[in-house]
Design a protein around this ligand. Structure first.
Ligand code: NAD
Ligand code: DAU
Length: 361
């Protein structure tokens, strides 16, 4: 795929923008077409600096099947990486419908567009990577083994249920129509350009503003953190070498509780941006009402990705978190301030967190 044209849906979002940058840098002969609706979560600023003739940005909705068919034909697309989705669990609890629209219906429309083009040009599209989440497998207890590609689907939030719906459609299009679908499910990503509604940039932004750091419940929930560039490397190899019909899990091999993670962020801020008054950022940590149906623990077993694709993460959390905090304090400082200042984001905070920064549930 290194010499081909690739369509990235959702490419103006967090993972998408990092992926577009990663592919253009790693594959000097590749061209990338980015399709993104620019919802509250997507921003062209995430793609700034990529105007070198190998990247085309199209604003459009993933549910617009004629637009998709036109793009696949016009650009002679050989590979698709499908990331466009509504992605925030808390927003899915407040308003589930748009999640079904974008994550289920949007995926269906993309699959139909690929099917239409494949009927005319059976050899054109070599692979479609459908990007999903470990959350479709539900929640784990402290001692449970990690999710594997054979784990039973058991989504528990409207977000993960909608992602599961999209995954089932993607697999059905492999079995029924023979489309070259590869499914990937990954753990929590972190790194540059992540929307500040998500845990890590939310905590960094609030800490810098001297605002409370709202930790849901006891803060002992466990996530497996994957540095976004490592995920991008996995997606590139899945596009290039993934076996159609197969599922690959990408994990960070970095399990930690939310409390430990937020404490580590505060320690990094104390080191990199100490406050003149001697105040330590950790004092801002505030336990607030828990997320309804909050999944306790996710961890994925990355053995198959390692054995078959030769992929494994290259960052541990200590290194990745330091790079990430440094980016939000340095090159990404203006970006973070601009995203936090958006009226839509301010409304989200106001409606969903109490004035002291707590979750308002
Ligand atoms: P994000 O919210 O930062 O970006 C999503 C992008 O999709 C945005 O740019 C948005 O404008 C676009 N979009 C939303 N609805 C659209 C529509 N109807 N049509 C076209 N574009 C639309 O999300 P992210 O964190 O970058 O996640 C990308 C993908 O990876 C999602 O499918 C998500 O489920 C999956 N994923 C994310 C993580 C994670 O930790 N961030 C982990 C596992 C899987
Ligand atoms: O596991 C992969 C998933 O990771 C992706 O599929 C989702 O798109 C992505 O948003 C992420 O979901 P999470 O719910 O795990 O991420 P979030 O950043 O929202 O929260 C991480 C943890 O932090 C989770 O246990 C909830 C907690 N949290 C989150 C927020 C926003 C808090 O304690 N306080 C908060 O204010």
């Amino acid at each position: 795929m290194a010499n081909e044209t690739i369509l990235v849906t959702g490419g103006a979002g967090f993972i998408g923008a990092n992926l577009v940058r990663y592919m253009l840098a790693s594959w000097p002969n590749a061209r990338v077409v980015t399709l993104d609706a620019l919802t509250y979560a997507g921003h062209t600023a995430n793609l700034a600096g990529l105007e070198d003739g190998r990247h085309v940005f199209i604003q459009g909705d993933i549910r617009d099947q004629p637009l998709l068919v036109g793009l696949l034909r016009e650009h002679a697309v050989r590979g698709v990486i499908h990331l466009a989705a509504e992605t925030h669990v808390d927003r899915s609890i407040v308003g589930p419908e748009v999640f079904v629209q974008s994550n289920v219906l949007g995926t269906l429309r993309l699959l139909e567009a690929v099917r239409e083009v494949a009927q005319e040009q059976p050899e054109q599209i070599r692979r479609v990577v459908h990007v999903s989440t470990d959350e479709v497998y539900g929640t784990l207890g402290a001692e449970d083994a990690a999710f594997t590609p054979r784990s039973r689907y058991a989504p528990r939030s409207p977000y993960s249920a909608s992602k599961a719906g999209g995954d089932h459609l993607a697999r059905a299009y492999f079995h029924t129509y023979g489309l070259p679908i590869v499914v990937t499910n990954c753990s929590n990503n972190y790194g540059p350009y992540q929307h500040p509604e998500k845990l890590i940039p939310l905590m960094i932004g609030n800490a810098l503003a001297g605002e409370p750091l709202p930790l849901y419940g006891d803060g002992r929930q466990v996530r497996d953190w994957l540095y976004v560039d490592d995920h991008c490397a996995g997606l590139a190899v899945a596009l290039d070498q993934g076996q159609p019909g197969e599922t690959y899990l990408f994990g960070g091999a970095n399990q930690t509780t939310n409390l430990e993670l937020v404490t580590a962020i505060c320690d990094l801020l104390d080191e990199l941006l100490p406050r003149a008054d001697g105040f330590r950022y950790g004092a801002l940590i505030t336990h607030v009402a828990d997320r309804p149906g909050h999944d306790r623990r996710y961890v994925v077993d990355g053995d198959k990705a390692w054995q078959t694709l030769g992929w494994q993460p290259s960052h541990n959390l200590t290194e990745g978190l330091r790079k990430t905090v440094a980016w939000y304090l340095g090159a990404g400082a203006e970006w973070l301030a601009a995203r936090r200042a958006e009226p839509e984001y301010q409304d989200w905070l106001e409606e969903n967190y109490d004035p002291r920064g707590g979750a308002d549930q």
